[in-house]
Design a protein around this ligand. Sequence first.
Ligand SMILES: Cc1cc2nc3c(=O)[nH]c(=O)nc-3n(C[C@H](O)[C@H](O)[C@H](O)COP(=O)(O)OP(=O)(O)OC[C@H]3O[C@@H](n4cnc5c(N)ncnc54)[C@H](O)[C@@H]3O)c2cc1C
Ligand SMILES: NC(=O)c1ccc[n+]([C@@H]2O[C@H](COP(=O)([O-])OP(=O)(O)OC[C@H]3O[C@@H](n4cnc5c(N)ncnc54)[C@H](O)[C@@H]3O)[C@@H](O)[C@H]2O)c1
Length: 471
Amino acid sequence: MYDLIVLGAGAVGENVADRAVQGGLTVALVEHELVGGECSYWACMPSKALLRSGAVLRAVQHVPGAAEAVTGKLDVQAVLARRNSFTHDWNDDSQAEWVASAGITLVRGFGRLTGTKEVTVTASDRSETVLTAQHAVAIATGSDAFIPDIDGLRAAKPWTSRDATSARQTPDGLVIIGGGVVATEMATAYAGFDTTVTLISRGGLLSGMEPFAGEMVTKALRDLGATVLLNTETKRVQRNENGVVVETGDGSVITASEVLVATGRTPRTQDIGLETVGLTPGKWLETDDTLLVPGFDWLYAVGDVNHRALLTHQGKYQARAAGDVIAARAKGKPVSADPWGTHVATADHESVPQVTFTDPEVASVGLTADAAAKAGYNNIRVVDYEIGNVAGASVHADGYEGKARMVVDEDRSVILGVTFVGPDVSELLQAATFAVVGQVPIARLWHAVPAYPTMNEIWLRLLETYGRPRG
Ligand SMILES: Cc1cc2nc3c(=O)[nH]c(=O)nc-3n(C[C@H](O)[C@H](O)[C@H](O)COP(=O)(O)OP(=O)(O)OC[C@H]3O[C@@H](n4cnc5c(N)ncnc54)[C@H](O)[C@@H]3O)c2cc1C
Ligand SMILES: NC(=O)c1ccc[n+]([C@@H]2O[C@H](COP(=O)([O-])OP(=O)(O)OC[C@H]3O[C@@H](n4cnc5c(N)ncnc54)[C@H](O)[C@@H]3O)[C@@H](O)[C@H]2O)c1
């Protein structure tokens, strides 16, 4: 008997377990693949490792003096080898060691709910262990790539994000279906490897973000040599002895070695016994802000599986709240569940930061102008500024091109959202997150002076463009 059973040892499950142990609970953590989950082995870390070398090379090419010193092309094998070092060659020994050192019991095998507070784990030798929880079960099983119902796609054995991030060799030609984060990041990485990349998006690129983000990334991908087909349906996919043949809605035919499907995610809830507790398998798990599934006092859903924000940092934020609240409830301690309290993931609603590591990078937090209007903010003001006009950016790289947008709630004089697009803007994001989460009044932000000449001077320019509120 454990106080808590956590199903899934991705970044999120690990953190739920860790916080609960720190809160004085005993925890079993169930994992059937690699401890560390998608982020460590097939998502964030390998994808960023694949992108980083190309980004560095392009950065150097925009700084005379350095540019003359670096004239070669990317060494793709060295990039792949560096990627492998991040994934530890897909070996999770070090993460399993961390789990043990944190006082968490790791149970290897595939876990399913088999009743209230009960999880049955099937090990690789088919032996079964029944675990019971005194207080709670947390589902942190994550998500899988979603394969849409496109004629021939499944049969063509497409690459998913797992294949794109773990490839041992780069293909000569890659067709990417999708226009979101995975599609644009992988198009950027592979175009830099001299793979012939064709991206097919049924709409624009990065559609949930400010429109200029997708437009700038489209231009940049084309400049990198990728073909970007917008507002284009993928009609049919076929694999033959030479690779794949992809037919688009307008009748064009593209042949390539591989096709990557990057059309979103589907929850890993199909086969985890949800029906044994009255829930429907295959659906995202809804939760309240303490990550508790409605109708239960013992079942939590944390990370990708609850579909609140499919990002590692946001899942880990939820995990800290969930691990702490499970421990507090188990020990009969006070629960802080008001907005922005200790035991809630309030920031999930309107304050999520995200960086898309394309070139230019897209860094955003909070609401876009469109999302703010849809959320019912009817007195907003949008302030735009070219980042290239900031002294720090001109020193950073010759011909720096970037754009910033700040969305202000005029009723409260606070920032609802900020988007930066440009080389190396990712490190500007945390200041924006402080402003949005802290709901710092614009008048006070005028006293937060950015150092000269850094790219952070974009803040001063946005505020000057907005105008100084009267004190
Ligand atoms: C290509 C790509 C790049 C990304 N890059 C970023 C990025 O740069 N930054 C960012 O913040 N986010 C990024 N993400 C998103 C990020 O990977 C996810 O949000 C994150 O991995 C979710 O963590 P999780 O713990 O909820 O799920 P997962 O990491 O999927 O972990 C779930 C774990 O549960 C295990 N499991 C599932 N079912 C069972 C079962 N029945 N029994 C036992 N174990 C089970 C799985 O094996 C897995 O280890 C990226 C995603 C992709 C696809
Ligand atoms: N840097 C990062 O933070 C990062 C990087 C990669 C992934 N992620 C996370 O992983 C998640 C998955 O990324 P993703 O790019 O797969 O999803 P996404 O939701 O970002 O994009 C999905 C894309 O697929 C398209 N699409 C959906 N259904 C389709 C269909 N039937 N036919 C054709 N196109 C279709 C959509 O129009 C969209 O362009 C994201 O939610 C993101 O948060 C984050």
